[in-house]
Design a protein around this ligand. Structure first.
Ligand code: C5P
Length: 357
């Protein structure tokens, strides 16, 4: 029998599809908690630069994606001369050069500029996430961030001309109501770990804006992926490359500003960059890579489930770690969000798959 090309990849004997989904759920919840703690556990004047964290994340994610893209080059870019002597040896200098040239050609293919749009949007989103998580309780942020399902759906209908079933529209309405209920109690409580005055309105506005960029960037990335045969890892490299310039903008801006350290834009790039800041960056990197794996081995409907599972993990951990006060309105709002997410993810005949990344 020929090797099973469509065999489901496994890791430690478990299907990679489910491993990546569960890991994404845990990653989502952990990121929110660690990022929140990393921002609020120190005084505002001693906090690290969010802009530096975003830049570092893109550098690391881009480097890992580059390595993966390089290691897989033969699977998506044909060799120039497959019959040349020693072509099977990776470390043969001429083979290495040949692979680098093919990778360069893939990364800088003529349509690579298309990734500049989601790259800019994701950089804005990743910066806004820091503003939101610094001004809202971790669990409140997690629930409010579910609104990105709504923005993704709206952009999918507008840009990809997808049709949503009445059940899905109803689920989206429930989602908005649920997020609204959760907001009623936000701002009333302040967790034990916080040394910051949190501004719930500012946090909520940042979440709304981040949901907007998430939806638009996701749908745009999906359009690019589906309209071209390029490898996902090459697309990830392009995304990171185009992210570098916008990620540098707030850093340059902060250096030219005379007001000095104000929390978001510290004068020294890695000032106050402690262990929690590094943990935030590493978990963000993991999230970006997992997102790519989930798209490849699972699907976007399952990705929605993973996100809703992460809400529950965040709730429980927030109560245990930050002494988060769970009010009745919070439980009600969160339940409505979870039910809406479940409703939205029910398969229907028109098989509407919304997320591309
Ligand atoms: O929640 P959402 O799906 O919008 O999150 C997207 C996150 O994943 C962003 O932080 C973005 O930078 C990252 N991402 C990535 N690689 C992709 C798509 C998204 O690193 N291909």
């Amino acid at each position: 029998l020929p090797p099973a090309e469509n065999a489901v990849p496994t890791i430690f004997g478990l299907p990679l599809k489910y491993v990546s989904l569960v890991t994404l759920a845990v990653q989502n919840a952990t990121l929110t908690l660690i990022m929140h703690y990393s921002r609020v556990s120190s005084a505002p004047s001693q906090t690290y630069s969010a802009a530096a964290a975003v830049l570092l994340t893109e550098l690391l994610k881009g480097s890992i994606s580059l390595l993966v893209a390089f290691s897989r080059i033969d699977s998506y870019s044909p060799q120039y001369n497959p019959n040349s002597p020693g072509s099977n040896s990776l470390w043969n200098p001429s083979n290495l050069l040949n692979r680098f040239r093919r990778l360069g050609k893939e990364v800088f293919r003529p349509d690579c500029w298309k990734l500049s749009i989601p790259a800019i949007l994701y950089v804005i989103q990743n910066n806004l996430q820091f503003v939101a998580v610094s001004n809202l309780e971790a669990a409140t942020f997690q629930v409010s961030y579910q609104m990105k399902i709504l923005t993704t759906a709206v952009f999918s209908v507008m840009l990809l001309r997808r049709k949503l079933s009445p059940t899905k529209w109803l689920a989206l309405l429930f989602l908005a109501i649920g997020v609204g209920i959760v907001q009623i109690q936000s701002g009333a409580s302040k967790s034990d770990a916080s040394q910051h005055e949190m501004n719930a309105f500012k946090g909520f506005m940042a979440v709304v804006a981040a949901c907007f960029t998430s939806g638009l960037a996701g749908v745009y990335f999906e359009m690019v992926l589906k309209n071209s045969p390029a490898d996902l890892w090459v697309r990830n490299v392009q995304l990171s490359l185009f992210s570098l310039l916008p990620a540098l903008v707030p850093i340059v801006f902060s250096h030219s500003s005379s007001s000095g350290s104000t929390g978001w834009f510290n004068t020294s790039l890695f000032e106050n960059f402690g262990v929690w800041a590094w943990a935030t960056v590493l978990i963000q990197v993991l999230g970006g890579l997992l997102t790519a794996l989930v798209i490849k081995y699972a699907d976007n409907i399952l990705k929605g489930f993973a996100t809703s599972l992460s809400i529950v993990i965040s709730f429980l951990a927030s109560v245990a770690l930050f002494n988060f006060q769970m009010t009745l309105t919070f439980i009600l709002g969160s339940t409505v969000v979870l039910v809406a997410t479940w409703m939205y993810n029910q398969p229907d005949n028109s098989s509407v798959e919304v997320r591309g990344c």
